[in-house]
Design a binder for this molecule. Structure first.
Ligand code: SAM
Ligand code: SF4
Length: 332
């Protein structure tokens, strides 16, 4: 039962992203509507169920676990889940436990996360301007997030800043953000806005990263790095500052051939691909049976359905391959 997970296209599945909640204390314009209807609590996997499922994936050879959401750090008692997962780091079966967060709760949890073996975190930050920050997140306060990032750094964690590239919004902050990250010692990754959820105004916001990269190259010498993470990011090293900058371009670049990941929602649905609707209901399996073999067999069965790739394409005027669900549902 413990042979590694290999999908039909011979891709080993070694990376699980887990959304632990659909809730969030922000309402980023490109991610959520202001009025969201969240899932009833009973639909969510309990922290014990999440532990059981994630541990099954670790049994099946998953080496990297990324916790996301919604905002993972607003889930009640989430540190007990991180502590539980840290036992897999201690045993050496899991190589990395990490999270993607909006940073609002980091000041409170940075030390605990570091104590659980979290070495690197991704923090989403689209602007360094307090007014613009509150505009784009609707409910967020920049200062709180910057304090959280400072706490993470002080706790010894490596921080990667994730910035969604938004035309007319943060174009003018390209170098401010890059300089700030270089000064603070944070890596930086730009993400193209994806056609998820409510698409109102999204076509106008789309800022192709090829343009962004060309703008960076006007001031910096960019050395492409060959390193790949199995995900959609490509990286460069900036000659002048030696900082690493990444580009996540799901729309203009096809990265599916090296995909090593699957996504688990907070209700126990396993999405085989971020851009496809096919999924397996692992919650039903989990709640029907205590037998770990049954659960592992269901995971293996789901992996046999992993598709070759996604179909996102903004095209010229229209959005093809658009997904109706919000990013907070599957966890970005
Ligand atoms: N709340 C956490 C955060 O903001 O980092 C984790 C969940 S959030 C859904 C994960 C990532 O998805 C964030 O970096 C966010 O910027 C990104 N994201 C959300 N909606 C997006 C969209 N429509 N296109 C591209 N990235 C998006
Ligand atoms: Fe919340 Fe993250 Fe979505 Fe913003 S991007 S609304 S912080 S889940």
């Amino acid at each position: 039962m413990t042979a590694p997970l290999i999908d039909p296209f011979q891709r080993p599945i070694s990376y699980l992203r887990v959304s632990v909640t659909d809730r969030c204390d922000f309402r980023c314009l490109y991610c959520m509507a202001e009025q969201m209807t969240f899932l009833p609590k009973a639909d969510l996997l309990t922290l014990d169920e999440l532990d059981r499922l994630c541990s099954s994936f670790v049994d099946l050879g998953v080496k990297k676990l990324r916790i996301t959401g919604g905002e993972p750090l607003v889930r009640r008692n989430i540190m007990s889940f991180f502590r539980a997962m840290s036992r897999h780091l201690d045993s050496g079966r899991l190589e990395e436990l990490t999270l993607t967060t909006n940073g609002s709760q980091l000041a409170k949890y940075a030390d605990d996360l570091a104590a659980c073996g979290v070495r690197r975190i991704n923090v989403s930050l689209d602007t360094l301007d307090a007014t613009k920050f509150t505009h784009i997140t609707r409910w967020g306060r920049l200062e709180q997030v910057l304090e959280g990032i400072a706490a993470a750094k002080a706790a010894g964690m490596r921080v990667k800043i994730n910035t969604v590239a938004l035309k007319g919004f943060n174009e003018d902050e390209l170098f401010t953000l890059a300089d700030w990250c270089a000064r603070e010692g944070h890596d930086l990754t730009f993400i193209e806005v994806m056609p998820m959820g409510d698409m109102e105004g999204r076509l106008d916001q789309y800022w192709p990263l090829a343009d962004l990269r060309a703008r960076l190259a006007e001031r910096f010498t960019l050395h492409p790095l060959t390193e790949r993470t199995g995900g959609p990011a490509r990286y460069v090293r900036v000659g002048e500052t030696m900082q690493k900058i990444g580009f996540i371009t799901p729309l203009t670049h096809n990265f599916c051939e090296s995909c090593n990941r699957v996504r688990l929602t907070c209700t126990g649905e396993l999405y085989l691909c971020l851009g496809q609707e096919d999924r397996a209901d692992l919650r039903a399996v989990l709640r029907d049976s205590d037998d770990e073999d049954v659960l592992r067999a269901a995971i293996r069965d789901a992996i046999t359905r992993k598709p070759k790739g996604h179909d996102f394409d903004y095209g010229r005027q229209t959005v093809a391959g658009q997904m109706p669900r919000h990013m907070s549902h599957t966890g970005g």
